[in-house]
Design a protein around this ligand. Structure first.
Ligand SMILES: NC(=O)c1ccc[n+]([C@@H]2O[C@H](COP(=O)([O-])OP(=O)(O)OC[C@H]3O[C@@H](n4cnc5c(N)ncnc54)[C@H](O)[C@@H]3O)[C@@H](O)[C@H]2O)c1
Length: 345
């Protein structure tokens, strides 16, 4: 299975049967740099190195795992290492990991010497269905998620779901959140399939469906001047919650924050009579069943609001949000006020 995106292909299925060998052959003279974190170093790297002889001599860059490490300090150290290795634009970076590795590895490669080519091989469900595709790379700055970044396309993305065999159970739900998002924004059919199964039962076909939804939207609006904003459903509040906790030195998984954001943004839509009680109850049931309860932010709505104002989607002092009108359809650029937050926290 294969999808064509803006300037690159997304291939699905066994890596050995994909075009990966051909690409390695094509870029034979390029040195290979594989970016991993501690977990993908332990669980995913051996497979890659043993299956593909061309990677035996690859330089391995080990990134510290976790969102708290998706920061400039880590990038800086990697750029220094790349300089010491004398990496040039005639070399190739391979990002093997979850969304932190594909976001940060893509950013590091894109900035270094004005752009080294990179391939994404996502290993978490979230990075397969979302982070590794779409051309957004970046890192966090304090409480502000993905505040530093560039749009930069990978050379190819390979989605081999066998990497998920070692993914911890609690991580599946984070990818599941982004898949539910794809259902709410575009496809009731996809949503209905997802809510009937446990997150760990997600198969390659459902991953393909989710990526197809994202890709179709990205193709229409790669740089997010309009329709791509739909993909930010749950993220205006979700990113602010993630930032709120990052600032305190605590880590809320991205998928959990997005799930909470989707529920809270759906509640705003319900309060504005944009969403039916029935659809709201369906969203609320799935999120409450699969994710931890939403913490009480009643006394901190001003802090959350302040973080939201820094959201990249806001060009003025107004907060623009994606709000659902029914399962399968959302509106973007809906203005929300601090009072809307007070009502839902
Ligand atoms: N660029 C985009 O469009 C986009 C979209 C959505 C999310 N994101 C970003 O993605 C990040 C979240 O991604 P994530 O949930 O993958 O986080 P992550 O990269 O931190 O991975 C989650 C955990 O799973 C481990 N892991 C990954 N693959 C594994 C495997 N096969 N076996 C064992 N352990 C494995 C990782 O080491 C980590 O501990 C956030 O930073 C978010 O902002 C980006």
């Amino acid at each position: 299975m294969k999808l064509t995106s803006t300037s690159y292909d997304i291939e699905f299925g066994a890596l050995e049967k994909s075009s990966f060998s051909k690409i390695l052959e094509q870029y034979k003279s390029f040195r290979k740099i594989i970016m991993v974190d501690e977990n993908t170093h332990e669980f995913c790297l051996e497979f890659l190195i043993t299956q593909f002889d061309e990677l035996t001599d690859a330089e391995i860059i080990l990134l510290p795992a976790g969102e708290e490490n998706k920061v400039m300090e880590v990038c800086f150290q990697v750029w220094q290492a790349l300089s010491e290795y004398k990496i040039s634009r005639s070399d190739l970076v391979i990002n093997l990991g979850g969304g932190v590795v594909t976001d940060m590895g893509g950013f590091i490669a894109s900035i270094f010497k004005r752009g080294v080519k990179f391939i994404n091989i996502p290993t978490s469900l979230l990075s397969m269905v979302d982070a590794s595709v779409g051309g957004k790379t970046g890192i966090d700055l304090g409480a502000y998620k993905n505040q530093l970044g560039v749009f930069s396309d990978p050379l190819v993305v390979y989605i081999d779901h066998r990497f998920l065999s070692t993914l911890p159970k609690q991580e599946w739900v984070n990818g599941y959140a982004e898949m539910l998002k794809h259902g709410i924004i575009r496809s009731e059919k996809h949503w209905n399939k997802l809510i009937k199964i446990q997150p760990e039962e997600i198969n390659l076909e459902l991953i393909f469906e989710s990526v197809s939804i994202k890709n179709e939207i990205v193709l229409k609006d790669p740089k997010e001047s309009g329709e791509r904003k739909l993909l930010n459903f749950g993220h205006t509040i979700g990113h602010a919650i993630e930032g709120y906790f990052l600032e305190k030195g605590e880590n809320v998984p991205h998928g959990t924050a997005v799930a909470w954001g989707m529920l809270l943004e759906s509640k705003i839509a319900l309060n504005k009579n944009m969403l039916s009680q029935n659809d709201f109850s369906s969203i609320s049931k799935v999120i409450n069943t699969n994710f931890p309860p939403i913490p009480n932010f009643k006394n901190d709505s001003d802090i959350i609001f302040e973080i939201m104002l820094q959201d990249k989607k806001n060009s003025t002092n107004l907060i623009k949000c994606v709000l659902p009108t029914k399962i399968g359809s959302v509106n973007y650029d809906e203005i929300i006020q601090q009072e809307d937050l007070v009502l839902i926290f």
